[in-house]
Design a protein. Structure first.
Length: 504
């Protein structure tokens, strides 16, 4: 490995709506190295990778690529300087073929006429990488694992000297991971740099030359992989004394009546025989590593995704033909993970955002009762301390924390029996986080059954009465938070992950 960095990040900070998700991160990536990048869920790994790839602009700090300052940095600029990123979320065109996706934007043409040589070029690329796919297959018809391979081939096709691989193995079998590692080592030996973002610590230790650990958006350490173990990496990821806000006192219900029961639930999107239960007045946590199927289980429960097997019971009655509308009518609602894409309509004001799923409550003979709508929205705004406290405010201009309060308030308007909260405090400031936590505790104290989905183990331990650990779309452990530590749960999750990967 050469001493002069291929990429140098100095004091990088990134803020979204006033919330810092990266702060003063400095790291060097050397030519001809595989550089592992790890941390807990929400530590800032993907955000840092997207800064390198030009998808996020740094709010603070500088980035140098091959000795030149990266100014006006965007994805096109990054590619022109030899930096490519392979996204965790697939970025493919479903209607195109494998070859067309791999060489999209890199088509072979002469005098403006496409020469249709993509399949031939792909054959050589696959021989070099070890992956084999049908160049003419339509992407939408391929399994997720094959689509993941296409993303990898796309990055390789750009002939990049620095490649950011963000969770590239999440859908691959053990043999396919070995193929990827072979390709990564081959690229490293050619002098290219690989930034390997992954939750699979075994994979990171197996293939990385150096490893950088992030925690809470900050750089913890960079060290040679040869001197690290899984235990040492977990210790660095966790640190100590993380909690910035107090959790509300727990009031555990005695012998809670089951309100939601799920048995062997399956879906094409990722639920894989999941079973769980939530009682009246209980907060039950659901946590796991990235790609563990947390959200997919919840979406199959409420009917956002169709189930292919298993059973859901509400208050003891089997619930068939599930949909979001029917679930809400039966007293079960879900606040989704992505507030901007799935939860709110950013072109609308606060009040109609909150009341949209409940229009029947505010309509009389087809005419909206605006005063009643505004009054109910205002009561929720005050309860959640949304700021500014304006039902006519443009929700797109609100901070992330206040948008999250609007989203949660929207689904609590009808006082549901069962509330599923997917990442309720993601990307919010300390004050908003504390208010959301106390609102969740108040919900449970009123008798509502709460299923809390969070990638932050600390949040689950601090709020939940019971918790389930997920891996591969199924429930693998049930734990009592008071009897467990964050390190215990993280070790269990890595253990189950390793066992599943070993069995593939």
């Amino acid at each position: 490995m050469a001493d002069e960095p291929a990429l140098r990040a100095n004091g990088i900070g990134v803020a979204f709506a006033g919330v810092w998700v990266l702060s003063d991160v400095s790291v060097d990536i050397l030519p001809g190295e595989i550089h592992g990048l790890i941390g807990e869920n929400g530590a800032g790994k993907s955000t840092l990778g997207k800064v390198f790839g030009g998808y996020y602009a740094a709010s603070a700090g500088t980035l140098d690529v091959f000795g030149e300052r990266a100014s006006a940095w965007d994805p096109l600029s990054a590619l022109s300087k030899g930096v490519a990123i392979m996204h965790q979320e697939l970025q493919l065109v479903p209607a195109l073929t494998v070859a067309e996706n791999v060489f999209l934007g890199l088509e072979d043409e002469r005098w403006g006429v496409l020469r249709r040589t993509e399949a031939q070029r792909l054959s050589a690329l696959m021989d070099a990488s070890g992956f084999q796919l049908d160049p003419n297959a339509i992407v939408s018809r391929l399994p997720i694992a094959d689509q993941q391979k296409i993303e990898i081939l796309r990055a390789l096709a750009r002939d990049a000297r620095i490649i950011v691989m963000d969770e590239p193995t999440s859908s691959l079998s053990r043999d396919e991971v070995s193929q990827l590692h072979f390709a990564m080592r081959k690229l490293r030996d050619e002098g290219r740099s690989i930034i390997y973002v992954s939750h699979f610590l075994h994979d990171i230790l197996e293939v990385s030359d150096r490893i950088t650990v992030l925690r809470d958006g900050k750089h913890v350490k960079t060290s040679p992989a040869a001197g690290e173990t899984r235990s040492s990496l977990v210790a660095a990821m966790l640190g100590g004394g993380k909690s910035e806000t107090p959790f509300p006192p727990k009031v555990r219900p005695e012998n809670p009546e089951p309100v939601l029961e799920v048995e062997d639930l399956e879906s094409e999107q990722g639920a894989n025989g999941a079973s769980l239960s939530v009682g009246r007045g209980e907060i039950v946590g659901l946590t796991g590593l990235v790609g563990s199927g947390r959200s997919e289980i919840a979406r199959a429960i409420v009917g956002a995704d169709p189930a292919t097997g298993g059973e859901v019971r509400l208050r003891g009655e089997v619930y068939r033909k599930r949909s979001i509308r029917r679930s809400a009518a039966l007293g079960m609602v879900m606040s989704p993970e992505d507030r901007r894409k799935q939860g709110l309509i950013l072109t609308m004001r606060v009040s109609p955002n909150m009341t949209l799923p409940h229009l029947g409550r505010f309509a009389h003979l087809g005419v909206m009762r605006r005063r009643a709508e505004r009054s109910r929205a205002m009561s929720l705004i005050e309860h959640f301390r949304v700021r500014p406290a304006d039902p006519n405010g443009n929700v797109a201009t609100f901070s992330g924390g206040n948008q999250q309060k609007v989203l949660i308030g929207k689904w609590l308007m009808e006082n549901p029996d069962i509330v599923i909260l997917d990442e309720p405090s993601r990307g919010v400031d300390v004050g908003a986080r504390e208010r959301i936590h106390f609102a969740i505790a108040e919900l449970a104290a009123s008798g509502t059954a709460v299923l809390l989905i969070s990638s932050e183990i600390e949040e689950v331990l601090g709020l939940a009465h019971r918790a389930y650990l997920t891996d591969g779309g199924r429930i693998v452990e049930e734990v009592i938070p008071e009897e467990s530590s964050e390190a215990d749960l993280l070790a269990l999750l890595f253990q189950h992950q390793s066992q599943r990967r070993g069995a593939e």
